[in-house]
Ligand binder design. Structure first.
Ligand code: PLP
Length: 446
């Protein structure tokens, strides 16, 4: 199918009549608990645009929440999916294995940083990948405690929501939560939990986190430290220098499995295959999902061979995990990143973000912080700059304006006061700039 015209066009009120009809059907058929960022229904998507059922063409600065790094229906993904769907759609890898699963495991084992022998297995989502990383760490260490961080998001399953920091909407009414999960401060330089200045936040928060592990939990009781090397849902927070390195060293010294949750910031999003590469650390286990499948559901757990092989046969797996069509899609998506230089494109997108968004810090009282790392950026809103009072309403107004004007952008942050942008890495530069101009205008109008 031909690529959609890469342009923004709002041709009806938002939502248009057909979307309104579908929204009414949705309300009657789907529970309200399933959130809705946009009130429009998609008809098609490609490159940097999503076309709705009323003919409105939106600039996509959300990529289906950091999934469409290679774009929607990327050619190498679509071709691999069609070929695999024609051959067979399912056998269950544990029953009758197939080559695509093994080929994808080999690829991820090689891509994860560090010269370490690794193994990978596949599940259906990011949450399931995190759950399984914890299972592996517990089985390999014989320990039970797990540590996670402030502002973290790790999914909506029992362990996923327990590891997740934010109570509402993720945990409210869903208890009791999983036992033996402890929370540590994350280095958030703009709001350092230790009160340190921006450049000293990394070592300060690492020291505080290590003291909690050492003194309150006991390093020798901890199976896994689960951390996002760059926080996604937490508001695109890049930890201060030294934070991840100090935690990684503490884990190595105490036999704790360091799990890097790369579900959102991994797979080329930040200009590296994995966001942990920015700090030079080598995780024991890496979890992936989102961008990995090029739009098809798949999660991956890639870890040190000695840890992964500690689990007894039959202890890992799932009926659909590493479905052959999803594995084919993932191999296609990896090929798209490699042949399309999407690592380089993510860096270039980061430069464009910086040149458009950083001036807002000077010009707009409501902007407290701007954060950019490759193809991931965030603008954090405050009602009082000196007190850094979070202003969720301002973020809401900016998002509403963007959506009305034909730009998809996302909300994030513990205080709901962050606008997050994560375009497909294949977006055209002119279209990206147009989308950013709409965002800038909405922010300047606050
Ligand atoms: C860092 C991180 N981990 C885990 C998850 C959960 O992934 P999924 O929604 O595929 O279960 C997410 C989803 O946003 C995420 O950002």
């Amino acid at each position: 199918m031909a690529e959609l015209p890469q342009r923004r066009a709002v041709v009806t009120e938002i939502p248009g009549p057909r979307s309104q009809e579908l929204m009414a059907r949705r309300r009657a058929a789907v529970p309200a608990g399933v959130g809705a960022t946009m009130p429009v229904f998609a008809a098609r998507a490609s490159g940097g645009v999503v076309l709705d059922v009323d003919g409105n063409s939106f600039i996509d600065l959300g990529a289906g929440i950091a999934v469409l790094n290679v774009g929607s229906s990327a050619p190498l993904v679509a071709a691999a999916v069609a070929e695999q769907a024609d051959a067979f759609t399912h056998t269950c890898f544990q029953v009758t294995p197939y080559e695509g699963y093994v080929a994808l495991a080999e690829k991820l084992n090689a891509l994860v940083p560090g010269e370490v022998e690794r193994r990978s297995f596949f599940v259906n989502s990011g949450a399931e990948a995190v759950e399984n990383a914890v299972k592996v760490a517990r089985a390999a260490t014989g320990r039970s405690a797990v540590v996670a961080f402030d502002h973290a998001f790790h999914g909506r399953t029992l362990m996923g929501m327990t590891l997740t920091a934010k109570a509402s909407p993720y945990k409210r009414g869903f208890g009791p939560l999983a036992p033996e999960v402890y929370r540590l401060p994350y280095s958030y330089p703009y709001r350092c939990a230790c009160g340190a200045p921006y450049e000293e936040c990394g070592p300060a928060c690492a020291a505080a986190a290590i003291t909690i592990m050492d003194r309150q939990i006991g390093g020798d009781r901890i199976a896994a430290l689960v951390v996002e090397p760059v926080l996604g849902e937490g508001g695109v927070i890049v930890p201060g220098d030294g934070f991840l390195q100090a935690l990684s060293a503490y884990c190595a010294d105490n036999g704790i499995v360091f799990v890097a949750d790369e579900v959102q910031a991994g797979f080329a999003r930040t200009g590296r295959w994995f966001s942990c590469e920015h700090s030079g650390i080598v995780p024991d286990i890496v979890t992936t999902a989102k961008g990995l499948g090029g739009g098809l559901p798949i999660g991956g757990v890639t870890g040190r061979a000695d840890l992964m092989d500690a689990v007894h046969p039959g202890g890992l797996g799932s009926t659909f995990g590493g479905n052959p069509v999803s594995c084919a899609a993932a191999l296609g998506a990896i090929a798209e990143v490699e042949t399309g230089d999407l690592l380089g494109k993510a860096v270039r997108i980061g430069d464009i973000f910086t040149s458009h968004l950083m001036p807002l810090l000077q010009d707009c009282e409501a902007v407290g912080d701007v954060r950019v790392i490759g193809g991931m950026a965030a603008v954090e809103f405050v009602s009082d700059r000196a007190a850094k009072t979070p202003d969720g309403a301002a973020a809401g107004r900016v998002l509403a304006r963007c959506h009305e004007e034909g730009v998809i952008a996302l909300r994030a942050g513990t205080f709901d006061n962050v606008v997050r942008i994560l375009p497909p890495l294949v977006i055209g530069e002119d279209l990206l700039v147009e989308g950013l101009e709409v965002l800038e205008k909405a922010i300047r109008a606050l």
